[in-house]
Design a protein around this ligand. Sequence first.
Ligand SMILES: *Cc1c(COP(=O)(O)O)cnc(C)c1O
Length: 425
Amino acid sequence: MNEYKINTKCVQAGYRPGNGEPRQIPIIQSTTFKYDTSEDMGKLFDLQASGYFYTRLQNPTNDYVAAKIAALEGGSAAMLTSSGQAANFFAIFNICECGGHIVSSSSIYGGTFNLIAVTLKKMGISVTFVSPDASDEELDAAFQENTKAVFGETIANPALTVLDIEKYAKAAHRHGVPLIIDNTFPTPVNCRPIEWGADIVTHSTTKYMDGHGAAVGGAIVDSGKFDWMAHKDKFPGLCTPDDSYHGITYVEQFGNAGAFITKCTAQLMRDFGCIQSPQNAFLLNLGLESLHVRMPRHVENGQAVAEFLSSHPKVEKVSYSGLKSDKYYALAQKYLPNGGCGVVSFVLKGGRPAAEEFMKKLKLAAIETHVADARTCCLNPATSTHRQLTDAQLEAAGIPAGLVRLSCGLEDKEDLINDLKQALA
Ligand SMILES: *Cc1c(COP(=O)(O)O)cnc(C)c1O
């Protein structure tokens, strides 16, 4: 499918039915797969043949959809996970274990921040957080002897900072480690981090990829470009024999294009089992079929709403990288020339009570712990996800009490603006 444009890949990449086969992806709702001989099955267990034996590790429906996501990102291989959290955990833990260290942008999703700063720490993995705007010198200073990866988000949720992917990739490569990019918010329709030097791309497919608020899921894509053997001391898991598979060495057996995803499936899916259900993978694929049609509308609505809000007297500040006044406008022009996403954040004058009152008055935008859905939704962190924090603590965390995160859906932009207008009034 590589010769086709992204719009065509959204519709047709991945599943390519043969003569007389179902046009739509079949949902292989089966835990297990039948074989004629133990020998046949033995080959699968030794990773000598590819095939399916148990859906905790792999399922054909998932693999069709993963292949589509790999094509969209321009990667060599991909896999689906049960959630975005599982995708980021696997992407890091596949190459970084107890005693290892990662460098991460500090401007990332709260769940991922917690995963890295609290849970991975308990597993013996340490982290150095750096500003998404860090200079080359500041980035270089964050690396240690035991650093295994660099992590960041193209457009961070919820701060909406835009990452200088190329700068981060160059820093990672100077220190012999891959760059992992969570590309959830722009989706490959608006940015393909591999083209800017990222090595591994992750997604919460729960967001725009599904796009209808129907199925929680995640994905990991490997660019196939990172030369693991050139840094084999850092990545023994990929470059030395795996005792749990009769001593195969992933990079030797599957090459740079296949080693990362094969190891992640064979070891982490086997042992942790965070597989996406085939039913959810089917729903995800329905979302992907229209992703290229939906993303421009999310961007159009986000841009219109951001412009409206930035000229409203009751609004103190608007963050949206499509606004010329935004700190990240120049980076967005480079990495997101067709726009970023439909999520806009803004601060209301009047703080927490104003935000609460405003949101109560909205008729179209529902209050939800969710973003990137066909239906417009909003959240005031001060009265929901961050309600245990005082106003001073919120200010220090860069989340003022009056901040509202608004995820513009696919409705008519005039209706959305009129809804905001009446609520602000
Ligand atoms: C939502 C989100 C996640 C977590 O994904 P889940 O599917 O909710 O587990 C990770 N990264 C980003 C950028 C997100 O927005």
